[in-house]
Every structure is written in C-alpha cells, then in structure tokens.
Design a binder for this molecule. Structure first.
Ligand code: PLP
Length: 448
C-alpha cells in the first residue's frame, strides 16, 4: 500500500474527527492537507486551493510566517518546556504577559492568564468570574447569561453558555443557572424585526428582562462574542454591545467578551471590545495569538477583577493548565504580536473584508439561493443559503455541502456550517487572493 493510500484508508476510520459522526468521515472523507504556503493549502493529491477558512479562523498571518517559525524553533532549543505553576516561571511567558498588557491597555485589560486554547480560555473566565464574586462576599452570584447562537467552545461550562442546540443536546444536563438571550440576528429573530437598531434595543430589553426575572444578585457574568462567529457571523448593530455593557455595569454583572475569533485584528480592529468601545472585565483570546502554530490562549483581566484578587489573602486560584504559559507557545505569541503589528493586519482585514463582503453582496444578486450576506467588519463574512427566499427555509445540508465541494474543485476551501458558508481567510490575503476566493465561490454556488 502506498503511503497516500495508507493515509486515505485510515483517515476517518481510526481518527475521530471533531464535530462529525464516524459515518460522515467514511461517507465524505476529510481532505488530507499535507502542506501549505502563504494563504494556500495543498492536499494529498496535490490539489492547491486558497484557504478561505484561515485554518479555523486562526491562521491570520498565513502559513509562511517565518519569524514565528524561527521564534518557536529557537525557543524549542533554549527551553522546550517549563511550568508556570506555583514556584516556577519562564522568561517567554513573562515577556508575553508584558506585551499583552501593552497591547490590550486600550481595552482596560492588563493581566494575562495563559491557557491551551479557546475552550480553556472560556472555562477560565467563567471560573474566575464566580471566584471574584465569592471573594467579594457576594457568593449568590453564580449564574451566567449569554446569547443564543453564541459559541463558547466545548467544555461543560462553555457548552452550557453556548447558544446552539447542536453543541448542547447530546451532553445535557449541562451547568445549571445558564440563561440565553435572543441574538441580534436581523435575518431571523423571535421579534420579526428587520431593523438592526430596533432589534438591538429589543435584545437589550430581553437582557434587562432576564436579569430582573433571575435577580441581578444571582448573576455572575454575561459572556458574549462581539461579533458572533461560529453561529453564522452575526455582527450586531453598533449600539448593541455598549447597551449590554451599560446593563451589566448597572447590575454588578461582569462582562466577559469571548474574543477567541475577534481579537488580534480579524474584525478590522485589534479587538472586538475596541470595535464597539467596550471595557470588558474579562476577555477570552486564543486562536490567532499563535497564528494556529501552537495551541495557546490568553485570558485578559481588567482592574476591577485584579484588585479583588490582589487585595484578598484567600485569593489563591484553584485553576491552571499544565501548558499555561508554555514557553514555545509564548515565544510564538510574542512573534505573532510583533508581526501582526508590523504588517498592520487589522487594516488589511478591514480592506480585504470590505472587498469580500461587497463581492458576496454582488453574488446575492446572481444567486437566488443566497438569502442573506453578513459581514462588513473585517474578514468575517457569511452567506446564508436558503431553499426559498420568500420562506427563508434553510438549504438542505447535502446541497450546502455540494457548494463546499464545488468551491474546492474551483480553487478555494470554504466551510459550510448548517446552511451558512463561512469565510474567515488569513488577514494577509492579497486583493488577487480575495478575487480568487470570490471566483471559486461563484463557481461553487452553481452546485447548490
Ligand atoms: N470561543 C469562541 C468564540 C470560538 O469561536 C471558539 C472556537 O471556535 C472557542 C471559544 C473554542 O476554542 P477552541 O476550539 O480553541 O477550544
């Protein structure tokens, strides 16, 4: 058996792929990616395509970011691992906390807690939010609020605040005390409201309502993506997040922004908090912090949190990961921070994001199968596919997957999630790359 046949034979048979059923992996074998360069990936059969997914919203600097690779290799030689648990530390992690504190200063966040990825970052935020209230003697504040359609990773806490039944039902019962507010999703919402600003007010009113119903003094935190990502790229009206901030502040509820996707430039701003003018108490980050080259995350904390932990002699946190502050991850993150600022990827995300969004809007005029196009804030764009524009019935899954396959043949990897085509390419893509992605989409959509 050739190596290639060996890999194809075992792909999906012995390896359990995330977010699929074992049957899926056999019926539609996952593409085996064997190399990558710039913003393109190449599969085992030598087929090279533009990566419209950016790895998984994380390879913001593309696949050929030499300074990051060099920094990781040098760190592996110097100190491949040392823990940051009580009693030890490492120089790369300390340096990174310093750089992150400067980077997130405009968001009012100065202290970093390191994790191994986005789900860990969310779990850290939820746990520390509860501990914060306990330390203040407000131990009745244990509940969490979040948005329907929100995605907060897959740990039990994160799944509990998740707003998508697909990631919850099989794992019920989840954490008690988690309540979900309607998302400001203009295309579909329980209020039948098509005006984004009025919808933002209705969703904010629903939040106020839920707080009054639960009792503000029972709620620890509200966790929210500044722009909902995995739920189908749902940018709220600009008035929404500031209203949420004001409601949380007024009720003593911590605001956690889950910026696992939105931090580090993807929205065209350096953070979602900065995009909407927020000062969250906690910010979850991961993904692009290491450009996907190392599993890593950073939870950033604001002064209100830090003061309570610093001033309380019982504030020891019973929380941490073997790989918290991993020196190779920290070295990768330091190099990424330097590169993303040197290349000003927030600005390229804004420019390419506009190009892609406008290109997708133009496709809507050509293809009836497109019900909605969302984006306009950096390189986060979604096309929602429908069977019928009048009824807005979602396109069947197999037809949406046919679009994904046809796109791939035409030169771009896109990701279909339910009836949404999600586009989250590397932020360093050129104008020609964005045109190539749109060209492939145009071909792919004919397969719907
Ligand atoms: N939070 C958000 C907003 C995410 O988009 C994701 C992943 O896509 C996560 C958390 C979980 O991150 P990870 O898959 O690294 O655990």
């Amino acid at each position: 058996m050739t190596e290639s046949n060996f890999l194809k034979e075992h792909n999906g048979r012995l390896m359990w792929h995330p977010m699929t059923s074992p049957q899926d992996s056999v019926a539609q074998p996952p593409k085996i990616i064997t190399s990558a360069e710039g913003v393109s990936i190449t599969d085992i059969d030598g087929h090279r395509v533009i990566d419209g997914v950016g790895g998984l919203w994380n390879v913001n600097l593309g696949y050929s970011c030499q300074p990051v690779k060099d920094a990781m290799a040098a760190q592996l030689e110097k100190l491949p691992y040392y823990s940051t648990f009580r009693g030890t530390s490492n120089d790369a992690a300390i340096e990174l906390s310093y750089e992150l504190s400067r980077f997130f200063a405009p968001d009012g966040l100065s202290r970093a807690f390191f994790t191994s990825g986005g789900s860990d970052s969310v779990e850290t935020a939820l746990r520390l939010a509860r501990q914060y209230h306990k330390l203040r003697g407000d131990s009745g504040r244990t509940k969490f609020l979040s948005l329907k359609k929100g995605y907060h990773g897959t740990h039990i806490g994160g799944a509990s605040v998740n707003g998508n039944a697909n990631f919850r039902n099989a794992y019920e019962p989840l954490l008690p005390g988690c309540f979900h507010i309607p998302a400001p999703y203009t295309y579909r919402n329980p209020f039948n409201e098509s005006d984004p600003e009025r919808l933002a007010q209705l969703c904010a009113a629903a939040l106020e309502d839920e707080i009054a119903f639960q009792g503000a003094n029972t709620i620890a935190a509200m966790i929210m993506e500044p722009i909902l990502g995995a739920g189908g790229v749902i940018p709220p009206h600009p008035s929404f997040a500031p209203m949420v901030q004001e409601i949380c502040n007024r009720n003593g509820i911590l605001l956690i922004t889950d910026e696992v996707i939105t931090a580090y430039g993807r929205t065209g701003a350096w953070s979602g908090a900065r995009l909407w003018g927020l000062q969250p108490d906690i910010m979850c980050t991961a993904k692009a912090i290491t450009n996907g080259y190392f599993p890593f995350g950073a939870v950033m904390m604001g002064d209100r949190m830090i003061e309570v932990f610093e001033e309380n002699p019982d504030a020891k946190i019973g929380h941490g990961y073997t790989y918290s502050g991993h020196p190779v991850g920290a070295a990768a993150a330091l190099a990424c921070l330097a590169e993303m600022q040197r290349l000003n990827v927030a600005a390229t995300a804004a420019a390419r994001g506009t190009q892609l969004y406008e290109g997708c809007l133009a496709l809507k005029d050509r293809f009836d199968v497109i019900g909605d196009v969302r984006g306009g804030y950096g390189l986060m764009t979604a096309i929602e596919l429908v069977r019928d524009r009048q009824t807005r019935a979602p396109l069947d899954g197999h037809r949406a997957l046919a679009v994904q396959e046809a796109c791939y043949e035409a030169g771009a990897l896109i990701r279909v999630s339910g009836a949404n085509v999600i586009l989250s390419p590397p932020l360093v893509m050129s104008e020609a790359d964005a045109r190539g992605l749109l060209d492939a989409l145009r071909v792919g959509l004919t397969a719907a």
